[in-house]
Design a protein. Structure first.
Length: 98
């Protein structure tokens, strides 16, 4: 169990620190849309609204801090989802009445 918490701590540090090295430039598809001039003419609404748009924690003026927090929070959410899935699978694998 201790190894899991160490892994989580390392993952959170990596998620927070490496997110600071992410490129501020648009990804390939967005860049092509900008270069060809059709990004602004896109029609429609997104299927899902992102809780962390553009990988930045909303409401924080310091961009580096907002990006680091987004990496930290994203790592924490994925850990919680993985932990929960593992718990459900272990529970489902137990024989009834055990």
């Amino acid at each position: 169990m201790k190894l899991i918490w160490i892994g989580l701590a390392v993952s959170l540090a990596v998620g927070a620190l490496l997110s600071l090295a992410a490129s501020p430039h648009p990804d390939g598809l967005e860049r092509v849309a900008e270069d060809k001039g059709f990004l602004e003419t896109a029609v429609g609404t997104p299927l899902l609204h992102s809780p962390l748009p553009d990988y930045v924690f909303p409401g924080i003026a310091n961009e580096r801090l907002a990006t680091g927090l987004a990496g930290f929070l994203g790592t924490l959410v994925l850990f919680a989802l993985g932990w929960g899935l593992g718990w459900l699978l272990r529970r489902a694998a137990r024989p009834r009445g055990a």
